[in-house]
Structure formats: structure tokens, C-alpha cells
Design a protein around this ligand. Structure first.
Ligand SMILES: CC(C)(COP(=O)(O)OP(=O)(O)OC[C@H]1O[C@@H](n2cnc3c(N)ncnc32)[C@H](O)[C@@H]1OP(=O)(O)O)[C@@H](O)C(=O)NCCC(=O)NCCS
Length: 218
């Protein structure tokens, strides 16, 4: 049963995370969550801006990057439109992932109210997504960036639950989510008509605030 008066939760930086009911208040808290945030091993999350369009185009334009996402490869103009849309969303957090000072990808999330049958819950759910340049694949960058993102959500915002979805055949993404600490909660069969004209399955993952343990940045 959903809690009616959930109170506060301990943030790992000392200050309690305060529940937020009003959307406007939530949007202000999202806007104030800017970083930069250290993910360890030279990896840093910093707010993504429209000035990052050239960097983002270097990976968003590649077919191997688009393959298991819901967007086709994007040229510079399409990337600029995509950034504009996403940056205008007050419920979304979107970070550039830098490694050793160079942009190598993005990690993002969007907050929505948690479901309730007894009135507002004061707590929020956040989806997780990540996209990296193939030059850095296989080096643990998505895992570190994803962990740091979850830590920011649980530490700075009233996030009750992180969620993530990947295509069933996207073994690398499912592995990243498992390494971060997500549990697979569901499998949706033949749910998306994909690029190849066949129906693909989705895997649904989640990670609760009480399941989260602070990552080491070593
Ligand atoms: C998916 C993606 C984010 C992974 O990034 P990454 O930095 O390479 O991830 P990591 O190095 O942290 O971890 C990858 C893990 O997947 C494993 N892996 C790679 N390919 C795999 C496959 N086909 N099947 C199963 N596991 C696989 C790796 O071995 C590694 O696990 P390990 O550390 O236990 O060996 C990256 O490939 C990407 O940006 N792809 C394009 C965009 C995209 O698909 N985003 C996700 C949409 S759901």
C-alpha cells in the first residue's frame, strides 16, 4: 500500500531528501541538480547544453549506436532539434559524460510521479537512459555513469524508484543495468515493431531507494 505521509529519507551526503508534491517545486529541484558529479576513473557527469551538439552528433549519427534505441541515426540538424526538445523538458535531467575531460556520451533520466491510489505519494520515479560513443564501449563507462546518475537521483531528489527498459537482444545494456544494481522486473513480448520489420521484446528493470548502496568512485 502506498504511504500517505512518507516523511524524509536519509540522503547519503548528510542532508535528508525531502519529499516533493508540487510539480513546480520538483522542476526547481531538477534545475538545481547540476553537478558536475564524479563517477570515478576520470569520468564526470556535467549538464548537457545545446552547445554540445557537435559532440553529441559524433555518436548519435552512428548506426551501431542507434541500433537498439528508439531513434534512427541523427545528423547535426536532427541532433540539434533533439537536444532542443529534451532540454526544454523541466522534468528531465540530462548529463554529458566526459572521460579525461573529453565528451564520450550522455546519461539521462526523466521524473514522473509514483503511482498511488490514496493521493499524492510525495515521491517520484525516474527512468534511466545512456548512450556512449563506440570508442569507449566495453571499458565500464556506462556502468560508472549509470551508477553515478542513480546516486545523484537518490541523494539529491525524492526518487523512490529508478526504472530502465532495454530491448531483449541488447545484452550489453541488460548487463550494464545488472551491474548497476537493477533487478529485472518484467519482459514485454513482441512490444515494438523494430527497424528490421520484426517485433522485438522489451526487458523492464527497476532499482528501489532502499536497495541502493553508494557506489565507490575508486
Ligand atoms: C549499451 C552501452 C551503453 C554499454 O556501454 P559500455 O560503456 O560499453 O558498458 P560497460 O562497459 O559499462 O558494460 C558493458 C557490459 O556488457 C557486456 N556485454 C557487451 N556486449 C554484450 C552482449 N552482446 N551480450 C551480453 N553482454 C555484453 C560487457 O562484457 C560488459 O560486461 P562485463 O563488465 O561484465 O564484462 C553502449 O554500448 C551504448 O551506448 N550503446 C548505444 C546506445 C544504446 O544502446 N543505449 C542503451 C539503450 S537501452
Amino acid at each position: 500500500m502506498t504511504e500517505r505521509s512518507p516523511g524524509t529519507a536519509a540522503g547519503r551526503l548528510g542532508a535528508p531528501v525531502v519529499p516533493i508534491v508540487e510539480e513546480g517545486e520538483l522542476h526547481a529541484a531538477v534545475a538545481a541538480t547540476t553537478g558536475p558529479f564524479d563517477a570515478g576513473a576520470g569520468i564526470v557527469l556535467r549538464p548537457l547544453t545545446s552547445a554540445d551538439v557537435d559532440a553529441v552528433t559524433t555518436w548519435r549519427s552512428l548506426p551501431e549506436v542507434a541500433r537498439y534505441t528508439s531513434r534512427p541515426p541523427l545528423d547535426r540538424a536532427a541532433t540539434a532539434r533533439f537536444l532542443q526538445e529534451r532540454l526544454a523538458d523541466p522534468a528531465a535531467l540530462w548529463f554529458l559524460v566526459e572521460r579525461d575531460g573529453r565528451p564520450v556520451g550522455e546519461v539521462a533520466g526523466r521524473l514522473t510521479p509514483t503511482k498511488s491510489i490514496v493521493g499524492p505519494t510525495h515521491w517520484w520515479e525516474c527512468s534511466l537512459a545512456y548512450t556512449l560513443h563506440p570508442d569507449v564501449w566495453g571499458a565500464g563507462v556506462a556502468t560508472r555513469a549509470g551508477r553515478a546518475f542513480c546516486d545523484v537521483m537518490f541523494t539529491h531528489l525524492p526518487v523512490h524508484r529508478m526504472t530502465a527498459v532495454c530491448f531483449a537482444q541488447h545484452g550489453a545494456s541488460a548487463r550494464v543495468l545488472t551491474k548497476i544494481g537493477f533487478r529485472q522486473e518484467g519482459h514485454a513480448s513482441r512490444v515494438v515493431l523494430a527497424w528490421d520489420g520484426t517485433w522485438w521484446d522489451d526487458l523492464h528493470f527497476a532499482l528501489l531507494r532502499e536497495e541502493w548502496t553508494t557506489p565507490s568512485t575508486a
